[in-house]
Design a protein around this ligand. Structure first.
Ligand code: GLA
Length: 442
């Protein structure tokens, strides 16, 4: 049962084919039941390392730069220390750090093909001539944090030396280098037991180093084909966890992640909370595959899902429009809301989906997503009584449209109809501020 990259890809395709939409009934009674199930489940214990109290924000090389190791032909885009230093520079100079993006993360293909004579990992000497410790110092000097990648099995997904048999030594090496986050992949494990034990062992090994190292897992993704993941357990070991196959720079990929997440929301949503999050994979905003409206949909739904926000794009070449979306303070505030509850799909009609997320201070984020891929902008009207388990606009609420363009929409009562206009494959994001009935003391 060795799982290499191709097996993992096959599995994610199988999962892709198995999607079931099964729309939820729009009736208020059902919505209320769903809200109560999803919102009122007490949070399960999280990995107690004090990290990821809100979803992690940063930049991760994989989707945009993959395993490009050709620094001769393509020096600007190959996986090298220069790439990460440039991204760190831009994270500061272009305002990314100011809005919350903090971790600069290396993915696969940074390693030399062999460990050193003491069994320690080493970076490819041509592409990382100064070494990871130097890179970490550089990233820290900018007020940012450094993430690195390894794998629970014998080899990484791209075939570099994996951590199996070296968990303690690798954890210590990362701590010595000053690494702040470990993305731990799940390729090339002997069997399910080694996969699970390896993920747990590495969590302890990181903890033992005494350095705060955020632990990003892919445990449930690799486990699901064999066994339903136990999120109560996973949450005790990982700060976030991938559940579903790799994101690509395409609308079909983003759509499949959303459909899968909605289909599994009864188990995923209660698992998320401060310290531990479901990870639907990187933001591909600013690349080649998504239209403007689709980029808005990704940003909004990743905020509703309380997803870690790891951009995988080229910060040296990004349009002002994509940059302003990724740096939109209102949508980031929703993603980072301190209540730490993941949102869910509230209803699904033929062409529209409504998602909502409870926020702190009696507020709600509501996303209306138009799935129709033909025609122009469509109007969608729905009753405010359906929102927030019937409480979002009871007795009234103030509604602000956040995206695609910010506008105060005014005061709505619980009997109001709300009408939004949404572009094909686009999403409108609203924020509702509930007014409570104030008690009179006289
Ligand atoms: C797996 C992971 C990806 C990426 C690659 C690297 O496919 O799911 O996110 O890390 O491996 O090889």
């Amino acid at each position: 049962m060795k799982m290499g990259r191709s097996r993992a890809n096959e599995l994610s395709q199988e999962r892709g084919r198995a999607f079931a939409f099964g729309g939820l009934s729009p009736s208020l009674a059902l919505s209320l039941a769903l809200v109560l199930t999803l919102v009122d489940v007490p949070g399960v214990t999280a990995l107690d390392n004090g990290l990821a109290l809100t979803p992690t924000m940063g930049w991760l090389h994989w989707e945009r730069f993959t395993c490009n190791v050709d620094c001769v032909e393509d020096p600007e885009n190959c996986i090298s220390e220069q790439l990460f230093m440039q991204m760190a520079d831009l994270m500061v100079s272009e305002g990314w750090k100011d809005v919350g993006y903090e971790y600069v993360c290396i993915d696969d293909c940074w390693l030399a093909s062999k460990r050193d004579e003491n069994g320690r990992l080493k970076a490819d000497p041509k592409r990382f001539p100064s070494g990871i410790r130097h890179l970490a110092n550089y990233v820290h000097s900018k007020g940012l944090k450094l993430g690195i990648y390894q794998d629970v099995g014998t080899l990484t997904c791209a075939g570099y030396p994996g951590s199996y048999g070296y968990y303690d030594i690798d954890a210590k090496t990362f701590a010595d280098w000053g690494v702040d986050l470990l993305k731990f992949d799940g390729c090339n494990s002997k069997d399910l037991e080694s996969l699970v034990e390896g993920y747990k062992y590495m969590s302890f090994a990181l903890n033992k180093t005494g350095r705060s190292i955020l632990y990003s897992c892919e445990w449930p993704l690799y486990m699901r084909p064999f066994q339903e993941p136990n999120y109560t357990e996973i949450r005790q070991y990982c700060n976030h966890w991938r559940n579903y196959g790799d994101i690509f720079d395409s609308w079909s990929s983003v759509k499949s992640i959303l459909a899968w997440t909605a289909s599994k929301q009864e188990s995923l949503v209660p698992a998320a909370g401060p310290g531990g999050w479901n990870d639907p994979d990187m933001l591909v905003i600013g690349n080649f595959g998504l239209s403007w409206d689709q980029q808005v949909t990704q940003m909004v739904l990743w905020a509703i899902m309380a997803a870690p926000l790891f951009m995988s794009n080229d910060l040296r070449h990004i349009s002002p429009q994509s940059k302003s979306l990724l740096q939109n303070a209102d949508v980031i505030a929703i993603n980072q809301d301190p209540l730490g509850k993941q949102g869910y799909r509230l209803r699904k009609d033929e062409d529209f989906e409504v998602w909502e997320r409870p926020l702190s201070n009696l507020a709600w984020a509501v996303a209306v997503f138009n799935q129709k891929e033909i025609g122009g902008p469509q109007n969608y009207a729905f009753s405010t009584a359906a929102l927030g388990g019937g409480l979002g606009c009871t007795p009234a609420c103030l509604i602000t449209r956040i995206l695609p363009v910010k506008e105060e929409l005014g005061l709505y009562e619980w009997t109001s109809q709300l009408k939004v206009r949404v572009n094909p494959t686009g999403t409108v994001l609203l924020k509702l501020q509930t007014f409570q009935q104030h008690k009179s003391f006289h």
